[in-house]
Write a protein that binds this ligand. Structure first.
Ligand code: BEZ
Ligand code: FE
Length: 286
């Protein structure tokens, strides 16, 4: 160890960990150390820059609470979350996209054709489609877990202090025997990711905005299939080509269309102003 230098230190640090031979932990740790050391050598990192990075991470920790995870936000704006989503998308299945911080795993049930918007201000949107397997067969009874912002770009869970119910604008819908689902909701608007903390400083330093394109969140589950976490976006809406967290993929963009009198629509509790169609594809589990 005493002959250690900037070229031998990487092996020395790797060897200092006695992780199980061939284990995933060993692989993840060693690869991380290699890339971190390579980054440091390649950039000729100064002491000021080194402490700057560490203080930035410290600030992320300081502002984090059970409701606000600044490190996830950091991962989002750096495209780290999106990259993990991309790598873990199964061939043939709907592409994955951001879970975001507002998911609750116990949303109320909504019947097919029910209204999620509950008279909220904004355009009433009919969302309809089918859940299929990668061979195109319908998946009867697939479970569609959805949550979204309102027409002002706010999640009710963010507004509990002003009396909003955190379960509003979220629901679990079960597809019919043909894997089809439909419900109405309010058309969400774009919103900003939190930018009053260290990640906001990073965005400003990089002259980046904090806006997310308007979207609906989904987790789709069905017995025997790998669940997918994804988002639906709308063609031609703001920030579709520069979403702050890199969530948009071509395959996740659907068209918003005004409802015409002559349209034949599935039965809904509330008459929609606009409609969109999106089919989800699940890959087998395992
Ligand atoms: C969201 O889509 O809900 C979200 C994603 C990243 C940061 C903040 C919100
Ligand atoms: Fe969101």
């Amino acid at each position: 160890m005493r002959d250690i230098n900037q070229f031998t230190i990487t092996e020395a640090v790797k060897k200092s960990f006695r992780t199980e031979e061939g284990s995933r932990l060993k692989f993840l740790l060693e690869t991380f150390i290699e890339h971190l050391h390579d980054y440091t050598r390649e950039t000729n990192l100064t002491h000021a820059e080194w402490i700057g990075i560490l203080n930035f991470l410290y600030d992320c920790g300081q502002i984090s609470t059970p409701e606000r995870h600044e490190f996830i936000l950091l991962s989002d704006v750096l495209g780290f979350s999106a990259l993990v989503d991309m790598i873990n998308t199964r061939g043939g299945a709907t592409e994955g996209s951001n879970l975001g911080p507002f998911y609750l795993d116990d949303a109320p049930r909504l019947h097919l054709g029910g209204d999620l918007g509950k008279g909220r201000e904004g355009a009433v949107l009919l969302v309809q489609g089918q859940v299929r397997d990668s061979l195109g067969n319908p998946i009867p009874g697939a479970v569609i877990d959805t949550w979204q912002a309102d027409s002002a770009g706010t999640y009710p869970i963010q507004e509990q202090a002003s009396g909003q119910d955190k379960y509003d604008l979220r629901a679990i819908v079960t597809a019919d025997d043909n894997g089809e689902y439909w419900y109405t909701t309010v058309l969400p608007k774009p919103y900003t990711v939190p930018y009053d903390g260290p990640v906001g400083r990073l965005l400003r330093a990089g002259q980046r905005h904090a806006w997310r394109a308007s979207h609906l969140h989904y987790i789709i589950r069905a017995e025997g299939y790998r669940p997918i976490t994804t988002e639906m976006f709308f063609e031609g809406t703001d920030y579709i080509d520069n979403d702050a967290v890199f969530g948009v993929r071509r395959s996740l963009i659907t068209k918003l269309e005004a409802v015409k009198k002559t349209d034949i629509l599935p039965p809904t509790d509330v008459k929609p102003d606009a409609k969109c169609h999106f089919d989800f594809v699940l890959a087998p589990a395992g």
